[in-house]
Write a protein that binds this ligand. Structure first.
Ligand code: GLU
Length: 467
C-alpha cells in the first residue's frame, strides 16, 4: 500500500498559515513514507472560487518548496464523475431526491428550535416513491439511522458519533452540482488516499464522509485532524493578527525554510528541538507527536528562526532570496557588489531580508540625504580634515580590499593621534549616509573604491555648507 496524502484547499482566498501547515504535515507524512502527495483544488463552489486564489495557492506551495506528485487536480474538471457517483448512490438506494422547499425547511428549523431540538432534516422525502409535482429537487444521502461511526483519529484519538446525530446530507444541489462532502469522498476514494490530514474544523464532516465511503464500498482512509492555530489573544488566527498569508511572509522578508520550521513546530514537537532542516523534519515527523490542543502563533519565535536561517543558511541561497527584495526596491543587483558578499556582511544584523535589503541600498545607489542625527554627531571641520586625508590615502591604495582599507585607517589614526572611531564614524556617514553599517573596511570594500572616493569628496563639500 502506497501512503497517499493530499492537500485540498478551496481557492477562496490566499494560502494562509493554517493551510500551509496542513499542506506541510501532509507532505511530510507522504515523503517520510516514500508515498504520494497530491494537490487537489476544491473549486466546486463556483461563486467563491477564483483563479487569483488558485494562483496564490500554487505560488505559496512553490515558494515553500512543497512539491506534489499529482496535481494540481481541479474538481471542476470532474463533474461527470461526481454525477455518476450521485446516480449510483440513488440507484443503490443510498440517496434520494428531496423536494422540500427552502420555506418548508426554514419552518421545520423554527419548530425544532422552539422545541429546543437540534435543527436537522427530518427525512420527510426519504421514502417517497414519486415526485410531488414539478418541483426542483436536491439529492440527499440516506444516512444510516442506527449504530454509530467510530473515528480512530490519529491525533485526537477515538471519537464515536451516533448516526442519529447525523441527518441526511445534501450531496447534489438543485442544479445537479455536487456538494463539498460528496466531492471530497469521491476524490479521496478515487485517489486512494490513505491518510486524510486536515484542520479540525472538518471533524464534523468526517463521520458523514465515512458513511458515504462505506455506502460506496470504499476503503476508509485514516484521519488526522490538526488542532487550530490561535493568535496571541487566544482567538482563531485571522487577518487581524497581521500576516497570515504565506506570500505576505515572503514580502515581509522571511525565508521559506524559516516559515516551514516555524510551521512544523506549530502543533508538533520532537523533544525540545526547535531547529529542523527539511530532511530532519521528513525523518522525524510522526502524526503521533502532533499536539491535541491548539497552538498559538508567535511572531517573535518566527523572527528568531528567520534570523537563524539568515545567519546559518548557505549565503548563496540567502542571496537568491535577497535578490528578490533588492529588485522590489527598484535596484538592479548588477549595479553593485555580489549579493552573496552583502549577505555575509549584513546577516548578523538582519532579522529579515526586508531589513537586509533596506540596509544595503547604498551599496547600489547614491543616497540623496544624510541621516540628520549622524550628521550632527559626526560632521564638523575636524571630520572634513580627516575625510580629506582619508581620500588622499585611499586614492593610493592599489588593491581595494578589507586588509588594505583597514591599514589605511589604522595608520591615519596613529598619525593624527585619534582613536579609530573618530575616523570610522565620519567615514561611514560619508559613504553610507548613516552611522550604521557593517565593519567599515568591509563596507568600503563592498561600496568600491571609485564610489568611496566620490562620496568622500561629496561629504567634504556638504560639511562646508553646514553652519
Ligand atoms: N477544501 C477544504 C478546505 O479548504 C478541505 C477539505 C479536506 O481537506 O477534506 O477547507
Amino acid at each position: 500500500m502506497t501512503i497517499t496524502t493530499r492537500f485540498a484547499p478551496s481557492p477562496t482566498g490566499y494560502l494562509h498559515v493554517g493551510g500551509a501547515r496542513t499542506a506541510l504535515f501532509s507532505w511530510l507524512y507522504a515523503r517520510k513514507h516514500g508515498g504520494q502527495f497530491i494537490l487537489r483544488i476544491e473549486d466546486t463552489d463556483l461563486e467563491r472560487s477564483t483563479q487569483e486564489s488558485v494562483n496564490a495557492i500554487l505560488e505559496g506551495m512553490a515558494w515553500l518548496g512543497l512539491d506534489y506528485d499529482l496535481g494540481p487536480f481541479y474538481q471542476t474538471q470532474h463533474f461527470d464523475r461526481y454525477k455518476a457517483i450521485i446516480q449510483q448512490l440513488i440507484d443503490q438506494g443510498d440517496a434520494y431526491y428531496c423536494y422540500c422547499s427552502k420555506d418548508e425547511l426554514e419552518q421545520l428549523r423554527t419548530e425544532q428550535m422552539a422545541n429546543k431540538e437540534k435543527p436537522r432534516y427530518n427525512g420527510k422525502c426519504r421514502d417517497l416513491h414519486e415526485a410531488p409535482g414539478d418541483r426542483e429537487a436536491v439529492v440527499r444521502f440516506k444516512n444510516p439511522q442506527d449504530g454509530a461511526v467510530t473515528i480512530n483519529d490519529l491525533v485526537k484519538g477515538t471519537i464515536v458519533v451516533g448516526n442519529k446525530e447525523l441527518d441526511d446530507l445534501i450531496i447534489a444541489r438543485g442544479d445537479g452540482t455536487p456538494t463539498y462532502n460528496l466531492t471530497v469522498v469521491v476524490d479521496d476514494m478515487d485517489m486512494n488516499i490513505t491518510h486524510v490530514i486536515r484542520g479540525d474544523d472538518h471533524i464534523n464532516n468526517t463521520p458523514r464522509q465515512m458513511n458515504i465511503l462505506k455506502a460506496l464500498g470504499a476503503n476508509l482512509p485514516h484521519y488526522a485532524h490538526l488542532p487550530m492555530i490561535l493568535g496571541a489573544d487566544g482567538a482563531r488566527l485571522s487577518k487581524r493578527h497581521g500576516a497570515v498569508s504565506v506570500m505576505q511572509f515572503r514580502d515581509d522578508g522571511y525565508l521559506p525554510e524559516a516559515l516551514l520550521n516555524y510551521l512544523v513546530r506549530l502543533g508538533w514537537s520532537h523533544g525540545d528541538q526547535e531547529i529542523f532542516s527539511l530532511d530532519e523534519m521528513v525523518k522525524l515527523f510522526e502524526l503521533d507527536d502532533v499536539n491535541v490542543s491548539a497552538s498559538t502563533f508567535n511572531m517573535e519565535k518566527l523572527l528568531w528562526l528567520n534570523h537563524h536561517y539568515i545567519m546559518n543558511g548557505d549565503p548563496a541561497h540567502v542571496a537568491r532570496h535577497l535578490s528578490w527584495h533588492i529588485g522590489q526596491l527598484g535596484i538592479d543587483p548588477a549595479d553593485g557588489p555580489a549579493l552573496v558578499d552583502v549577505v555575509l556582511a549584513q546577516r548578523e544584523r538582519s532579522k529579515t531580508l526586508v531589513d537586509m535589503a533596506a540596509a544595503s541600498v547604498y551599496f547600489y545607489q547614491e543616497f540623496t540625504s544624510y541621516d540628520e542625527k549622524a550628521v550632527k554627531k559626526n560632521f564638523n571641520a575636524e571630520a572634513a580634515q580627516v575625510l580629506a586625508a582619508l581620500h588622499d590615502a585611499f586614492a593610493l591604495v592599489g588593491e581595494w580590499h578589507s586588509k588594505n582599507i583597514h591599514d589605511v585607517i589604522v595608520e591615519l589614526a596613529a598619525d593624527l593621534g585619534v582613536n579609530m572611531g573618530k575616523i570610522a564614524q565620519p567615514l561611514r556617514v560619508a559613504v553610507c549616509g548613516s552611522a550604521v553599517s557593517p565593519a567599515i573596511d568591509v563596507t568600503l570594500t563592498l561600496v568600491g573604491k571609485e564610489k568611496t572616493l566620490a562620496r568622500i569628496i561629496k561629504a567634504i563639500a556638504f560639511i562646508k555648507t553646514l553652519n
